[in-house]
Design a protein around this ligand. Sequence first.
Ligand code: BDR
Ligand code: CA
Length: 312
Amino acid sequence: RRKIIIDTDPGQDDAIAILLALASPEELDVLAIVAVAGNVGLHHNATNARKIIELAGRPEVPVYAGCARPIRRPLVTAEHVHGETGLDGPELPAPGVQLQAQHGVDYIIDTLMAADPGTITLCTLGPLTNIAMALIKQPAIAPRIAEIVMMGGAYFEVGNITPAAEFNIYVDPEAADIVMRCGAPITMLPLDVTHQMQSTPERLAALLALGNNTSKAAHAMLTFSEAFDLAKYGWAGAPLHDPTVIAWLLRPELFSGRHCNVKIELASALTAGMTVADYWHVTGRDRNVNYLRHGDAAGFYTLLLERLARLP
Ligand code: BDR
Ligand code: CA
């Protein structure tokens, strides 16, 4: 059973990822959820995380708030996709559980330092600010991280917030650069994979047909957030990003890619946050990332629906 910390900016697709993890207790022990600024401001994201654990019937999972802004740049948000609250769509009650008092970055540091090395996986579904700040404050955590599994970046599918950059990396490229160079094993689920995971009308209908409360809420979330992407791409279904991180932990055979070097563009205004993946190994640079490029969408949705059906 893998111990995971989910670092996130929920976000409808983040919410589905958290639900998928909470619905998989045999494989995953969710130690905590740490919110970060991204899709919307930190306050909303931290509130949304608590709404989601309550929706899943798991109010005991602790929720922490991390950093309210990127390391160097002004915060860029995405209300145009996720709505004013970041989780528009379903009517969810205000959370009853409290946010933990400790800062999310300190929680990450203390937890990694206290656990046996190589036993905790960091799942990142938003900008990498909290992880980078933890690495800066306590560099000794790096060799203790089992793995960082992140939704972020793009190479073959280039960008979604700019022509060159994916949102999570674009928001805090300096943080992403620190994480890419930290030495811990990294698996990336970039747009190259998530653009293949399209939520077609049939898949959304199957989600709603599960009939439980959580799936109805999940359906309302995706119906809201995907409207923007459907108009943007003109595809039959919108991409589903963050749940691929959890799906990879559960069913890695659904994905394929290769180990290669990934560096983050920091200097250029035109391409800031670009994840330059040396997929063809033309540079000889370190293979610092397990870069996933393909995903089995049918298998992914089968897994997702099977697991969400288990929730209240
Ligand atoms: C990423 O950006 C956010 O809007 C989504 O939640 C996902 O993490 C996709 O680029
Ligand atoms: Ca996210």
